[in-house]
Structures are given as C-alpha cells and as structure tokens.
Design a protein around this ligand. Structure first.
Ligand SMILES: [Cu+2]
Length: 757
C-alpha cells in the first residue's frame, strides 16, 4: 500500500468516525421534550372563587382557630400529642360546611357569602363530667364566636369514653404493656417469646369492650418485624384503659395459644409449673421473611407509561379541577376522606356532594382480638391517614400531586405532601367503536380516556385507594381498591373454620369490607324523584298468529315515592335501572335522569340482632334514598367505634317513610366484598379483582351520547385515506407524540413526620 492509498484510508476512517460521533451526539435531539409543565393553573376565567367555600382550612385559618380556642374556652388546652386522658386538648379542627341552601344561594343566585367556619373537636378529660364537645368556630380567618353543636348534632352530650384514642393513648398503652404487664411473666416472655424489650409489637383492635362505657382493648401481639401483621405469636392481652389515670390501668384477661388466663401473674405461675401449652413460633428475621415487600427479583426493563404528550387537558387551581367536560371542587375530610362538591358536566351541576362516609370490616377468628374486631375507619380517620403518594406507582408519574393541610392531635397544622393526585388516563380500550362493511363502509371510534381524582388512606394494616373517575360520556365512577396487609390470627385448634393458613402459625382471618358513600345528586335542579325501570315477561297471543302465545318482554316503570320503598337491603332484589329523575325532559320527551349502578359483592354486614349493629346500620342497605336534611349530613360518626352499643349516629333512623317525590334527595350507597384471605394475599392483598364501587350514568339526561362531541373521536370511510393526518388524528401520532416525557425529578417526603400513627 502506497502512502497516497494509506492517506485515503485514514481520511475515510476519519470521515466514518466523525459521522458516527455526529449520529451519536444528535441522537438525543431527534425527539424534543413534550410540552409538559409540572404545575397547571386553572385560567382565571374558569375559576370560581365561590367554590372556595368547599375548601379545606388553610394553615393560617387553622392557626387562628387554635389561638381562639386557647383563649376562649376558659380551660388549659394541652398539646394533644402529649396529653394524658385526664387532660383537656383539641383533638381536631376541620372545615364546617355551610348549609346547602346557603351554599347554593351563594353559588347560583349571588346570595351573600356564607361565613367560613371550622369544626373543632375538643376532649375535656379534666372536667367533673368528662366529655367530648364539638364547636363551630367562626368566622374565619379571625374567629369571634364559638358554638357548642354537640347536642344539636347527636341529640345528647358525647360521653368521654366514646372518644377515639389519641396517638398519645396508644403510646401509653404500649408503654404500659412493656413496663407494667410483660415484666409480670418474665420466664414466659423470655423462654417462649425470646422477649428482649423490643421484639414484640402490639396491634389494637376495636371495639373496646362489650357494652357502653367499656374501654378495654384486646391487643394482639406479633413479632416486631417488617409486615408484622402476618406474624402473630399467639399472645393477646385485654387491657382496660378506661381509667383517666393511666397508672390505674389493668389487664382483664390474657390469651395464649387457645387458653385464657386471668393476668400475666397467673400465666407466669402456670408456665413455671409446666401447665401452659407452649407453641413456640420460629423467630423471623427483621425483614419479615415472607411478609417483606422487597421485590424478590432485580428490576429489569421499564413497563409501559401513561404520560402527557402536550399540556394536560385538565387544570387545577386551589380546591378546583376543570377539564373540557368536567369541573368540581374537592376536599379531604379528616375522618371521612375524599369529598367532592358541585360536580358539573359541560357546566351543568349533576352532583352537589359525592363523599366517602365510613368503612367497616367485621372479622371472624378463634382468637379473642380477631373475634371481636369490627373496624369503623372514620373513627380512626380516613383522611387523617393519608400520606405522600409515590410517583409512577400510586399514580402515573406525570400526574398532578397536591398537598393537603390538616390539624389533629398537635399544636400546629401539618401539611401532607402529594396526598392527592389527579391525572387523565388512557384506558387502553375504546369508549365506543364500530366497524362497518355492510352498505356503507367505515370505521368510527373514540379512544377511552378518563379524568381521575385519587387519594389513598393507610389505616393500620390496610390501604384504601379511593378513585373518582370522570368519563367523556357524562358518567362518574366511584371506586375503592383495598390493598396492603391482611390482618391475621395465631393458628391453633379449629382456626381453619375462620380462614386459610397462610404461614407457619398464621391464619388469614375471614372478614368483610364495607364502604359507605353519600351521593347528593341534583339532576336538572335540586328537586328529584327516584324511579325504577326493569323488565317483565308477559304471555301474549302472537298478533299475526293468534293460536300461538309468546312470552313478551316489557319494560316496567315505578316511582319509589317514600323512603320505605327506596331502600334495598344488601341482598334484596333491586330494580336494575334505578335513577334520579328531574322535572325537565330531554328532546324525546323523557324526564332527564341519572342512574345509579352498583359494583359490589358484599358479604353479610352483621345480624340486626347484634347489639353493635345500629352503629353500622348504613351497611344494611346497598342503596337507601332519603330526603336531604342538614341534620342527616353523615351516615356514621367518629364516636360509633368506641360506643357502638349506643351509637351517636344510627343511619337506620334516617329512614322514616317520608315522601320523596320531587324533593332534594340523597342516595346512601354501600359497596363491599367478602374477603377470605388465601396464600396469594401474602405479602399483600392485590387490587386486581378487589375493586368495588358504583357508577352514576346519564339516563335520558341528554338527547344523545355527549361523547360524540369529543374532539378525540375518529371516523373514516373507505373513500378516505386513514393514514392522512387530516382525516384521522391518530395517524399524526408518530409525529405529534414523538417527544420525550418531561418528567419532574422523583421526590418523596413520606418519612419526614413519623410521629403520626
Ligand atoms: Cu381484606
């Protein structure tokens, strides 16, 4: 090879290298970032300042209420996070909603603005008659008055023993166990459980007794490891913590491996005498072993993602969300969780209030804690137990995340970062479609999308994912997915009558999940009637051949004109079409309506003879429609859990046969399912197949399906070119969606405030 050739080869090599470098350097620029921003502000003209009346209290408002109460109640208010049962303290401060008439007058008729008010729940342990008092405090932000509303709301004073325990009380119970109870059985604790002062965790159960006034809790003990709910050790303690002096608390009963003992002293004596039937559980590593949620495999490739190609098609401003079809206001009630207000489709109000009211789980077990458990989560706090959501897992990565301010059991307001997420979702299936090759040849369809509002509550072992889903056809879906850990009992004796074995000594205990919703529909105005359509077969002579008969299907229609006709027990046959009907008609002369469609496979709630049943009597009915009343604002109360025998709110009393034709009506909906835990509930109950809820769907409300006006629709005929962007916007996607998602950095602030339960 001569020099010239060598130079040519070298030159060629340099050109190739340069070209390769260029390709590599410019590769990342082939796609621009999507036109994505992290914060979307509702344009001023779409925002209604008036809906501020539904907003949660601001931090500033909360601070003023705390200052006002401290200077106005005439007693010393301790910091609830450190309060003793014998003290006075503020339990919680939350928004007090204005009455509906005042809100509507302000929203619709330019009436005067209702005063902003707070609802303060105050514990008075240091009084002659200890009690819980609820005050309405206003006007905000600078309060000048407070009004005791306890008797007005509950028809009586609320005795102190009805109060939900403070986090401080739970801590005191734990300290009492470790310092005053366990030391009374040192040999048993050491030899059977290898107790070292830290390796036993207690889980509360409730209710706390068998009659009004009781405050004795079965504490179920577990190995203190990750996912401890799945590692019972067979020991349970009935701790009476009714005395306001915690040094006077005492153990009423002890359960170990199927046997009951008077107290730890007796347990120790019988153990040292060799009369305790010992069943040692294997010590589990601190990561929990089978209860660990740590993935068993390394991450490989990223799965599919939902992301915004251009600006999100919804806007969030303060407490309001707006898309091209929907708008509504929202808040997170401390005890009840997500509340949506003034839900409008294309500007027309469909729902005044759509809210979670309570949840309930009844358990079965041959262990005392499990046997007695009937959890009512509004008492623990469905909104109170919300925590930062994790991008890309709890909601799509690109969702909008909102912080929530609240006040409970503290001196200052707290802010929960990213407690709510909002996103528009590609449902992956068409909302509707049709392919035609007969007569005319075409394809038409609408990609399925929905706007989702989500919050997640973690109440003890379970997590509830609350979704409110808004579809382009005017339908709203409310649904909840339970996930998290099951609760378990120590497996012994006849345990398998109460569930399946899911670990060495772990019984996944049978239980129910019930969810209570309030739906204050206002269809074409406040006044509505409840109507049922269904089907029936009738035998008729065939008109064209009178010698023959056929069974002919007919539509039935019935107005359910009283509250007694408008309630359906869990397993009652319910008309398949049941809807709120307006006074106005659609183009075809039909009264405009919105239908309630349930998705539920509930177990039985509790026998009505059970002395606690009235406290959860909302769960008797899958649907009950009542005349709306301010004094029937909620179907349960935060006090029902700790005194279910004399409930402060008994929903069944709402149903008193009032006339409900052309009235302001509320639908109370219960959905739920029976859960018999099985091997695949380990480590967690999955959301798949465990979703229950209901749809609100237009029924002759419109003149046609409003989604036909969606700009997402696709239609092309055999005479058109479906690959052309002008004909079919989907054909543009390779160009318009050829961008990189502009994801914000991943952040997480869920471990910043671990003082919370
Ligand atoms: Cu369950």
């Amino acid at each position: 090879m001569n020099v010239k050739t060598l130079l040519m080869v070298l030159l060629l090599a340099l050109v190739v290298i340069f070209a390769l470098v260029c390709v590599l350097l410019t590769r990342g620029e082939k796609y621009a970032h999507c036109r994505y921003q992290t914060q979307y502000i509702l344009p001023e003209h779409l925002h209604s300042e008036r809906r501020w009346l539904f907003a949660d209290l601001s931090q500033e408002e909360i601070v003023h209420v705390v200052q006002y109460l401290k200077s106005s109640l005439g007693v010393v208010l301790e910091d609830a996070s450190r309060a003793n049962p014998s003290g006075n303290c503020i339990y919680s401060i939350d928004l007090q909603l204005p009455p509906k008439a005042e809100s509507l007058s302000y929203l619709d008729d330019r009436g005067s603005r209702p005063p902003r008010q707070a609802l303060a729940v105050v514990y008075f342990g240091n009084q002659t008659h200890p009690n819980v008092t609820e005050y309405v405090v206003g006007p905000l932000p600078e309060p000048t008055y407070h009004r005791d509303v306890t008797v007005e709301k509950y028809g009586r004073q609320v005795p102190y023993y009805c109060r939900p325990p403070l986090i401080a009380e739970y801590k005191q119970m734990e300290v009492f166990l470790h310092s005053a109870v366990f030391p009374k059985a040192p040999s048993f604790m050491q030899e059977v459980l290898g107790y070292d002062g830290t390796n036993v965790a207690a889980m509360t159960t409730s209710p706390r007794g068998l009659k009004s006034g009781d405050r004795a809790t079965w504490l179920v003990l577990f190995q203190n490891v990750t996912g401890y709910f799945l590692h019972p050790i067979g020991l349970e303690v009935l701790l009476d913590h009714s005395n306001l002096d915690s040094s006077q608390w005492n153990v009423k009963k002890v359960f170990y491996n199927g046997q009951y003992y008077r107290d730890f002293t007796q347990l120790e004596r019988e153990f040292t005498e060799g009369r305790v039937d010992v069943e040692k559980v294997k010590k589990v590593p601190v990561d929990g072993d089978f209860s660990s949620m740590k993935p068993r495999t390394d991450h490989a490739e990223q799965g599919p993602l939902n992301y915004e190609v251009s600006e999100p098609r919804y806007h969030v401003r303060n407490n309001q969300i707006q898309s091209s079809s929907w708008n509504f206001a929202f808040r997170l009630d401390l005890s009840r969780g997500p509340h949506l207000f003034d839900i409008r489709f294309k500007g027309q109000r469909i729902v005044y209030e759509l809210s979670v009211q309570d949840t309930m789980s009844v358990y079965g077990s041959n262990n005392p804690g499990g046997m007695l458990t009937r959890y009512m989560d509004a008492s623990f706090g469905i909104g109170k137990h919300t925590y930062p959501l994790v991008r890309g897992v709890d909601c799509p990565y690109s969702a909008t995340y909102l912080d929530v301010s609240s006040f409970f059991e503290a001196e200052k307001p707290r802010v929960t970062k990213d407690a709510i997420c909002i996103f528009e979702q590609d449902l992956g299936s068409p909302l509707r479609r049709h392919y035609s090759k007969i007569n005319s040849i075409y394809y038409g369809g609408l990609p399925g999308t929905a706007l989702v509002f989500r919050a997640v509550s973690t109440v003890g072992n379970y997590d509830y994912i609350w979704d409110f889903v808004f579809y382009p056809n005017g339908a709203i879906e409310s649904k909840v997915h339970p996930t998290g850990y099951i609760s378990s009992s120590f497996l012994y004796g006849s345990g398998l009558d109460y569930g399946n074995k899911v670990g060495g000594h772990t019984l996944g205990t049978i239980h129910t999940h019930f969810f209570a919703f309030k739906v204050d529909l206002d269809v074409g105005g406040v006044k509505n009637s409840l109507v049922a359509n269904d089907m029936a077969f009738e035998k008729v002579k065939t008109p064209w051949s009178p010698d023959n008969e056929i069974f002919q299907m007919k539509m039935t229609k019935k107005v359910l004109d009283t509250e007694d006709k408008a309630n359906f027990h869990l397993h009652d046959k319910m008309p398949r079409y049941i809807y709120f009907e307006a006074n106005s008609t659609n183009k075809w002369g039909h009264k405009r309506g919105y239908r309630i469609q349930l998705i539920s496979f509930a177990g039985d709630h509790l026998p009505e003879m059970d002395p606690m049943e009235r406290a959860v009597s909302w769960a008797r009915y899958k649907l009950a429609v009542t005349k709306r009343k301010e004094k029937e604002s909620f179907s349960s109360s935060i006090y029902n859990q700790n005194d279910p025998w004399t409930p402060t709110v008994a929903f069944a009393d709402f149903i008193d046969n009032e006339d409900i034709v052309d009235e302001d009506l509320v639908a109370w909906i219960t959905t739920g399912f029976l859960h018999i835990p099985h091997a695949e509930d380990i480590p967690n109950t999955v959301t798949v197949g465990n979703s229950v809820g209901f749809f609100l769907r237009p029924y002759n409300y419109f003149d046609e399906d409003p989604s036909i006006h969606s700009p997402d629709g696709v239609f092309f005929t055999s005479k058109q070119d479906p690959t052309s962007c002008d004909v079919n916007h989907i054909a543009c996607l390779p160009k318009t969606a050829a961008c990189l998602p502009n994801f914000p950095p991943f952040t997480y602030e869920g471990f910043q405030d671990l003082a919370r339960l």
